[in-house]
Design a protein around this ligand. Structure first.
Ligand code: NAP
Ligand code: GDD
Length: 348
């Protein structure tokens, strides 16, 4: 008998990689999708358009994390062995502008699923998409599973509620429920408003003459960036462990946004020189003096997370999980992907 998985957030970056991984492992996969006035399934289109996959092993259901009745119906109907709760309003900057909706989805949404599992009496394992944003104003370097949390924005506050609700349902009701405390992970499928993808798309467009410059916020923030498909495998590994637990997934390497920009331009043979300071700082091409990066305070956050770097030792020891793609390899694959795609589209 095939195992059955239910993924919320299946149309997102991680949801799409996880769906592929589970289908390749022979799972039947159910995904929760939101109704949208424009097409929002690009990342899973290749799975959905394959008739044999669609008919036999990949099923999509309309639902929303703000709507218990849809979630309960989907859980009851799909009878999953494993639930991966990846759905979220996942943008930190947006969460300052939509704190209530972010909390409804990212905090209460998790409670809705966990309580649905409990009340329906469904025997399923549960994965919660927790985040390094919980560490916020970091209390320890590098961050581990025992580092105290200090969230710095509505998104992280909501995820803190979900983290502890997952722990509480594990302890109170004996559910197999685990938190993956994942540090930033990126890919060719990363949402276009997150900084890495904004940079790699911007570099491609600037060098192909389709965009004047890339306009960014705080380029001195440091992040521990890994490659998303490897992190999705880590999620699955957490639910195959002997016991439910909480695990950090990270590369243990940290870089500034500035370094990401420099590396992305260098992949395409260009060097950046920095001129000026703070919001007047400019990034200029060494080859011809053209300004290609500038700063706009609009992208600053009211409270910033300055530095993230994780230690994934526990995941290595207990799960056998290790990151494979390093910073330079990640920047290269994302930049080349966006350059190739942009060039193809602009030549059509
Ligand atoms: P993403 O690309 O933004 O995808 C988010 C998914 O959630 C999308 O499928 C989105 O649907 C769905 N969604 C949003 N609001 C919803 C709602 N109210 N009801 C149902 N679905 C909803 O995020 P990601 O990068 O794949 O991240 C996956 C999860 O891991 C998120 O919970 C995120 O907070 C967490 N996380 C991510 C990272 C990272 O670096 N990527 C690190 C740590 C934790 P639409 O496609 O319709 O918008
Ligand atoms: N998005 C964005 N856009 N960020 C910018 C920009 C810009 O124009 N300019 C500078 N930054 C800085 C942000 O201030 C932040 O310090 C850093 O770049 C990374 O921002 P994001 O790529 O938006 O990611 P994030 O770290 O805030 O959040 C991501 O990672 C978390 C895990 O640590 C998201 O994927 C979250 O959902 C996830 O939990």
């Amino acid at each position: 008998m095939s195992k059955v998985a239910l993924i919320t957030g299946v149309t997102g970056q991680d949801g799409s990689y996880l769906a592929e991984l589970l289908l390749n492992k022979g799972y039947v996969v159910h995904g929760v999708v939101r109704r949208s006035s424009t097409f929002n399934r690009e990342r899973i289109e290749h799975l959905y358009l394959d008739e044999s996959i669609r008919e036999q092993s990949f099923h999509l259901h309309y639902g929303d994390l703000t709507d218990s009745s849809s979630l309960n119906r989907i859980i009851e109907k799909s009878e999953p062995d494993e639930i991966y709760n990846l759905a979220a309003q996942s943008h930190v900057h947006v969460s300052f502008q939509m704190p209530e909706y972010t909390t409804e989805t990212d905090a209460v949404g998790t409670l809705r699923i966990l309580d649905g599992i409990k009340e329906l009496g469904i025997k399923t394992k549960f994965y919660q998409a927790s985040t390094s944003e919980l560490f916020g104003k970091v209390q320890e370097i590098p961050q581990t599973e025992t580092t105290p949390f200090y969230p710095r924005n509505p998104y992280a506050n909501a995820k803190l509620f979900s983290y502890w609700t997952t722990v509480n349902y594990r302890e109170a009701y004996n559910l197999f429920a685990s938190n993956g405390i994942l540090f930033n992970h990126e890919s060719e499928r990363r949402g276009e408003s997150f900084v890495t993808r904004k940079i790699t798309m911007g570099v491609a467009r600037v060098l192909l003459g389709l965009q004047d410059r890339i306009i960014l916020g705080n380029i001195d923030a440091k992040r521990d960036w890994g490659y998303a498909p490897e992190y999705c495998e880590g999620m699955w590994m957490m639910l195959q462990a002997a016991e439910p637990d909480d695990f950090v997934l990270a590369t243990n390497e940290t870089h500034t946004v500035r370094e990401f920009i420099e590396e992305a331009f260098s992949v395409l043979g260009e060097n950046i020189i920095w001129q000026g300071e703070n919001e007047n700082e400019l990034g200029v091409l060494y080859s011809n003096g053209k300004t290609v990066v500038s700063i706009d305070k609009r992208y600053y956050r009211p409270t910033e997370v300055d530095l993230l770097i994780g230690n994934p030792e526990k995941a290595a020891r207990i799960l056998g999980w290790k990151p494979k793609t390093n910073f330079k390899q990640l920047v290269k694959l994302m930049t080349l992907s966006d350059y190739t795609k942009t060039k193809t589209i602009s030549h059509l």
